[in-house]
Design a protein around this ligand. Sequence first.
Ligand code: SAM
Length: 329
Amino acid sequence: MKDGVGPADAFGRRFPYLRLSVTDVCNFRCGYCLPDGYKPSGCDPFMSMDEITRVARAFAGLGVWKIRLTGGEPTVRPDFADIARAIAALPGIERLAFTTNGYRLPDRAREFFDAGLRAVNVSIDSLDPAKFRDITGHDRLGEALDGIDACLDAGFESVKINTVLLKGWNDTELDALIDFVADKDISLRFIELMRTRDNVDYFKTHHLSGTAVTEKLLSRGWRELPRVPGAGPAREFAHEDSRGTVGLIAPYAKDFCSTCNRLRVSAKGALHLCLFGEGGYDLRDLLQSDDRIEDLQDKIMASMNFKKSSHFLHDDNSGATPHLASIGG
Ligand code: SAM
């Protein structure tokens, strides 16, 4: 696991980590993301397994060693495990991860592990079944929790819970969420709600600053851990009485972007230099055959010059991103 590798940008940052979306489709209806459910946009199909594998091979050749499969809900793709298997076998890929709402995990965690996935983030915004249902549109907290147990049993090296901080929904649950990981080898990740083009009103009502978490953790005797290589912008905290750790991703915090270490490719094959940029760089024409890999790498490297120093979320700018499912959250 290492920093200092992968494509570089004009500000000296290196990008060893790719978040690779395999579909925009999601079966959940989270209020801050797809409150009315997934609606198709445009007529381009999502990348095929061969196209996805070529993207991964090109980035691996540029020094990327960590890839996260995401979406939408990545596990709705029938070929999800095949995609994982193909990417895990690529030279240079040391860590293959995915982010999921967990609904497929109780039955398929072992199959995903056997395909080469080693790290999983499961999204759980509330431990209260009724709130979970109201936030996501699905009464499936039990499946997500069973899915976490299935991942631990299968041998996943890293199991994390993603919890978006939501004023009015889970701000009263911070203690319960922190206590939930006390006896488990799990890292709980609090994520500040990000404003996107489509969630402006939801954001105004429910955004909760990450300082609520840091104040809570410090008052309970948690201490901040030193940043580990490849960790990106998350701050990690530990407590001697807790097996689990707690992380915070606070995109509105000062200097958040200075530790940015990730690039994104959307499910339709566009390179996004920032979650909140003004659109992507289309790679699709270079994904049609194995002999274009060098051209693809040249295009990726040329695009790196356009990566900006910051996401400018502070200026109320959320770029062209309608919701995170459209790029891969
Ligand atoms: N469907 C998968 C899942 O539920 O984890 C993967 C895709 S989802 C877009 C990835 C993560 O982004 C989830 O943890 C989700 O809660 C988070 N997310 C989505 N929209 C967000 C927003 N506006 N602000 C912060 N986090 C967001």
